[in-house]
Write a protein that binds this ligand. Structure first.
Ligand code: PLP
Length: 330
């Protein structure tokens, strides 16, 4: 089951009718019966999201910035030529699934959470390469612990000669095909004992784009938090949160700009950030056979501070910036 600790009982399904989203419902059936000619099987017409629900000390359950997932799924739907989704259906699917699987939301204090996976697929008989007529929106969830093994420890990564997205392709959206493309480079890195891959920009292969399914950030020697500005990366909600927290809570200077792999020495600390990765410290990056280690190879002080802040906000131990947490009424 990988990252998931167990399967949960209920999932949500909503279908379109004549291109319009209809109200959905919960089901216990984890199998989806759709036509063999569905676009999702042949032309990859699929988009997904990932967010988490956290239980706070008082037993209340909160989603972290789901409004940004909502915007991002609609950007993705536009790009795969699927109908836009109303906020009511998007949130209904998520909240119903959280409520229905309440017994599987990990307790406060375990450093676990409920990972929620909304997705949309093009379905129905469709042999020609054209958008589907009908779509399914589904949401399922699973309790999860840490994504990278070893909790908060610094990990080794390696650059890859492969790209996860084309230079004018779909890197900006959570398009299923980007992840299919990432499996082979990931396998090569894992086979060599690395935690994952660093993708370089597909256009020139000189700049850091992403860390597998997470964004990259580095801390310069004069304490500036830098994260890549690139048209081919998925704009991480975690990254946007870290930029804000570094600036407004830690008083740091922050920059979104190009991060040249040949200038990796400019960083004394580095990390990967994402809903699944949370903040994963990067111990080293190997590029063209040369290993660059950040600092002494241990978790750096700024990365640790950012981790504590972010995780404190997730679990309600540190005051959240206005509007970041959305309660799911149980
Ligand atoms: C390619 C990619 N980059 C970055 C991220 C991190 O984004 P977020 O912080 O919104 O989860 C993800 C995960 O969603 C991803 O799939």
């Amino acid at each position: 089951m990988g990252y998931a600790l167990k399967e949960t009982k209920y999932r949500y399904r909503a279908w379109t009718k004549d291109g319009v989203w209809q109200e959905g419902e919960l089901t216990e059936d984890k199998y989806i019966k759709i036509h063999e000619g569905s676009n999702v099987f042949h032309y990859g017409q699929a988009i997904f999201e990932g967010l988490k629900a956290y239980k706070h000390k008082d037993g209340k359950v909160y989603l972290f910035r789901p409004d940004l997932n909502y915007k991002r799924i609609n950007n993705g739907l536009e790009r795969i030529v699927a109908p836009q989704m109303d906020a009511e259906i998007f949130y209904e699917g998520i909240e119903e699934v959280v409520r229905a699987n309440v017994d599987d939301i990990p307790e406060y204090g375990k450093q676990q959470s409920l990972y929620i996976r909304p997705f949309v697929i093009g379905q129905g008989m469709n042999l020609g390469v054209k958008p589907s007529k009908e779509y399914l929106y589904s949401v399922f969830c699973a309790p999860v612990g840490t994504y990278f093994k070893g909790g908060l420890s610094a990990l080794d990564f390696i650059t890859t000669k492969y790209d996860r997205a084309a230079s004018r392709g779909m890197g900006q959206v959570k398009f299923a095909g980007n992840y299919g493309a990432s499996l082979y480079p990931r396998k090569l890195a894992k086979d060599k004992g690395y935690a994952g891959v660093i993708y370089l920009d597909p256009q020139t292969h000189t700049k850091i784009d992403e860390v597998g399914a997470a964004n990259f950030f580095g801390i310069t020697h004069d304490n500036v938090l830098v994260t890549p500005k690139s048209p081919t990366i998925l704009s991480s909600i975690t990254k946007r949160s870290i930029l804000y927290l570094a600036e407004h809570r830690l008083g740091m200077k922050v920059e979104e700009r190009e991060c040249f792999i040949d200038n990796i020495d400019e960083f004394k600390e580095a990390g990967a950030c994402g809903t699944a990765a949370v903040i994963t410290p990067i111990k080293s990056i190997t590029h063209n056979g040369e290993k660059h280690q950040f600092g002494d190879g241990k978790v750096g002080p700024t990365v640790k501070k950012l981790y504590d802040l972010l995780v404190g906000i997730y679990y309600g131990d540190i005051e959240s910036p206005e509007g970041w947490l959305k309660e799911v009424k149980l």
